[in-house]
Ligand binder design. Sequence first.
Ligand SMILES: *[C@@H]1O[C@H](CO)[C@@H](O)[C@H](O)[C@H]1NC(C)=O
Ligand SMILES: *[C@@H]1O[C@H](CO)[C@@H](O)[C@H](O)[C@H]1NC(C)=O
Ligand SMILES: *[C@@H]1O[C@H](CO)[C@@H](O)[C@H](O)[C@H]1NC(C)=O
Ligand SMILES: *[C@@H]1O[C@H](CO)[C@@H](O)[C@H](O)[C@H]1NC(C)=O
Ligand SMILES: *[C@@H]1O[C@H](CO)[C@@H](O)[C@H](O)[C@H]1NC(C)=O
Ligand SMILES: *[C@@H]1O[C@H](CO)[C@@H](O)[C@H](O)[C@H]1NC(C)=O
Ligand SMILES: *[C@@H]1O[C@H](CO)[C@@H](O)[C@H](O)[C@H]1NC(C)=O
Ligand SMILES: *[C@@H]1O[C@H](CO)[C@@H](O)[C@H](O)[C@H]1NC(C)=O
Ligand SMILES: *[C@@H]1O[C@H](CO)[C@@H](O)[C@H](O)[C@H]1NC(C)=O
Ligand SMILES: *[C@@H]1O[C@H](CO)[C@@H](O)[C@H](O)[C@H]1NC(C)=O
Length: 817
Amino acid sequence: MTLLLLGFCGLILTSSVQAQDGFDPLAYVDPLIGASNGGNVFAGASLPYGMAKAVADTDSGSNQGGFTMDGSRVTGFSLMHDSGTGGSPSLGNFALFPYTHCPDGDINRCDFPKRTRAAFGSFKNSTVSAKPGTFGITLDSGIRAEMTTTHHVSLFRFTFSTVQSDGSAAQPVVIQDLTDLANSRQDNATVSVDPESGRITGSARFLPSFGTGNFVLYFCTDFKGADILEAGIYVDSRASAEVKDLTISRSINGYPLPGGAFVRFTSGAEPILVRTATSFISAARACEHAEKEISDFDFEAVSDAATDAWREKMKPIRVSTNGVNSSLLTNFYSGIYRTMINPQNYTGENPLWSSNEPYFDSFYCIWDQFRSQIPLLTITDPTAVTQMIRSLIDTYRHVGWLPDCRMSLNKGYTQGGSNADVVLADAYVKGLEGGIDWDDGYAAVVKDAEVEPYDWCCEGRGGLDSWKSLGYIPVQDFDYKGFGTMTRSISRTLEYAYNDFCIAQIANGMGKSGDKEKYLESSGNWQNLFRADQPSVWWNGTDTGFVGFFQPRYLNKTWGFQNPLNCSNLDSFSVCSLQNTGRETFESSIWEYNFFVPHDQATLLHLLGGPANFTRRLDYLHDSRITYIGNEPSFLTVFQYHYAGRPALSALRAHSYIPSSFQPRPDGLPGNDDSGAMGSFVAFSMMGLFPNPGQDVYLITPPFFESVNITHPLTGKTARIRNVNFDPGYAAIYIQSATLDGQPYTRSWIDHSFFTEGKELVLTLGRNESLWGTRIQDLPPSLGKYEGFDETYRLGRRMGEWKYKGDFGRLRGKQGW
Ligand SMILES: *[C@@H]1O[C@H](CO)[C@@H](O)[C@H](O)[C@H]1NC(C)=O
Ligand SMILES: *[C@@H]1O[C@H](CO)[C@@H](O)[C@H](O)[C@H]1NC(C)=O
Ligand SMILES: *[C@@H]1O[C@H](CO)[C@@H](O)[C@H](O)[C@H]1NC(C)=O
Ligand SMILES: *[C@@H]1O[C@H](CO)[C@@H](O)[C@H](O)[C@H]1NC(C)=O
Ligand SMILES: *[C@@H]1O[C@H](CO)[C@@H](O)[C@H](O)[C@H]1NC(C)=O
Ligand SMILES: *[C@@H]1O[C@H](CO)[C@@H](O)[C@H](O)[C@H]1NC(C)=O
Ligand SMILES: *[C@@H]1O[C@H](CO)[C@@H](O)[C@H](O)[C@H]1NC(C)=O
Ligand SMILES: *[C@@H]1O[C@H](CO)[C@@H](O)[C@H](O)[C@H]1NC(C)=O
Ligand SMILES: *[C@@H]1O[C@H](CO)[C@@H](O)[C@H](O)[C@H]1NC(C)=O
Ligand SMILES: *[C@@H]1O[C@H](CO)[C@@H](O)[C@H](O)[C@H]1NC(C)=O
């Protein structure tokens, strides 16, 4: 009931900022997508890039994002979270937990420890409500918990049933504990409670969820709604109002010793509002945030402001809803929404150094984010990306290196190359300015390429001596200068090569021609691991028929061996992540990494036997399910058909994954959302322009909508893509011809000026593949020279010779066409 009223009010209050025609993108945002089945999405209340993120935390084994809808129970309500990540559960510090009453009115008979109080945290999925900026849930105990947020402060509203089963009046208790989701609290956490106001303040030291080091977080909590009966602290299962201050040790027996504060109220007739703020600076700063951002505990006002902030962020992207199933609209807009949960804007909250630059955190991880998430934000929110780039460069200034992953003020683990180089190059070639110091940015990427860190677990690159002398990262390298996990020699070689290409592009723009030549040269190092005569045989002995794969190589230049199919989606035995027993490719197979040469597809095409063989290989990669769309290395492979002159197959492939592998449901994501990386894949694919990140290139496929308008937030110009012959059944997904601003357009790609200058791309669609985008001059840019795109290849295709034979029927079947 409360819930319905709330939604109704919100609608009336916010209608003024909706588009003239009443279109509201937020109607298509479902924050619960990815809240179960390993999506690990943060489903609660956050502002765009907000630091405070309020949600119910559960005791699920997959509670990295706090809340899950998998039958787990709520253990508390907290306001620091990451979204979509793997690693350990992130943050979730200083959880609140409400009780309507303690048995017999005895405070000691309420359950304090997180493990035991979970018994009071069961709930039904149907009670969960989530929309951008607010989250609500009703516990089986009868308590309704709603939450909303500002940038550093969250407001919780607990509504109690007024009468107890034993007929006694409610005396609600709210406890706040000193744990986090991962139970990583260190020694000497403190908490104090003021018996008059009920204000709780405190701090504790915690560990980051996928990195090194530790961090201290402070909090400040205030209440409103009923008179305070008493307040005190608790340790383990016992509480007392006699004691107001506590310093607590880490643990006995490995589990952080339960401890915290409680406030008990005289009545539960009115909801109890709990305002809680955190800060990395001090408890006093947390209290300042609280008083400044939520001065009057007005839940509806805070909630409406949060909703408006989201509506403003989603406004630049507007699609036509003509004929389209609304579940696709939800998929699309929810994907965009998830790209603005992480990274988080901690500007003013960085205790590590003082600077006037912005500070962003939760680059978790750049290995995931560089491919399409940050490129999407470059279109929808270039101001935010500019600030992120400035923050990355400032981190380099003060920490010494660009991060490859960063969370909770700490260094996260590097997964492959130094992919912040790609992020910087992407921003550079797309003309981001806004106070970015490109001289320092350039120095930062060059340091990645030139200086090996002593510990390359978490920054820079390893094996630089071998890289320079041999032109590849050898398996079982000899490296006495820096130390890190000596695995992933193939994927590191490929990523380092691409990172160098990205550096070369910045060098080019800055007029550093010597550097440009040098890094273009090393960007070709991937070829040193290509073994032209390497076959690929399935584990059961069946030959895939394809020859020519990357292989590990020793210091003495002889070849090692890794089955090209190992670490694929179908190999559940190999160890392929950051373990020290890991393989030579990180979280994917040689089969998939074989395509990771984003800058030189022409040379790769040639090595793989020309465009027809390249296409057959891509088909085999997808149709045999070697690739896994739930992990980021797969993203570009969906669209790489463009480089073989088959843009039609990129379109077909995109439809084979969306929506079948990305359903707008809690369990609908194929894996971790990875800070919104998966969301950005969905959004870009459906928008019809997929980036080759680090280059000023978007590969064109037909949008899933009749038209897409994207208004550039800085230039105010609207770019438009329009499908002529749009078919919502998606049988007509092949571009027959195109125009750009009214002129015929034959290239299968477009550059960023499309967005900044607000151009119009009109695509005429048909049911058959055409010759559009197939000539050499129409292919996307590549360092090497394209070969094999002669008339025989092109006409052969038209005659149906290269007609798609793979799994067309299956793809269509899956779509229900
Ligand atoms: C709802 O809850 C049950 C367990 O109570 C869980 O198994 C199920 O997956 C949940 N439904 C959704 C849509 O997540
Ligand atoms: C905790 O505090 C005690 C007493 O001040 C001190 O001896 C100890 O080193 C502290 N522990 C940590 C991890 O800071
Ligand atoms: C896109 O912009 C055009 C031109 O202003 C307008 O006519 C059209 O209605 C817009 N489409 C959508 C879906 O908003
Ligand atoms: C829209 O899509 C959903 C999910 O795929 C499906 O269940 C529903 O039947 C579709 N609705 C229509 C009208 O096609
Ligand atoms: C980040 O926070 C700072 C300080 O509050 C603010 O000035 C800036 O606009 C924020 N950036 C974004 C992209 O919201
Ligand atoms: C071997 O495995 C592959 C991939 O699963 C399969 O396509 C092939 O049919 C299998 N061969 C035999 C002889 O079972
Ligand atoms: C090269 O090194 C590998 C690994 O140590 C070794 O197995 C191989 O025999 C060596 N090859 C030559 C030609 O020395
Ligand atoms: C390669 O994968 C197969 C199939 O999962 C597995 O049996 C084999 O042990 C793996 N080989 C290595 C070296 O990990
Ligand atoms: C390319 O395909 C042709 C025809 O299928 C085959 O004969 C040739 O060996 C292939 N080349 C490579 C390098 O795989
Ligand atoms: C499309 O292809 C089908 C089957 O190859 C053919 O029968 C049909 O005539 C083609 N349509 C057009 C418009 O070319």
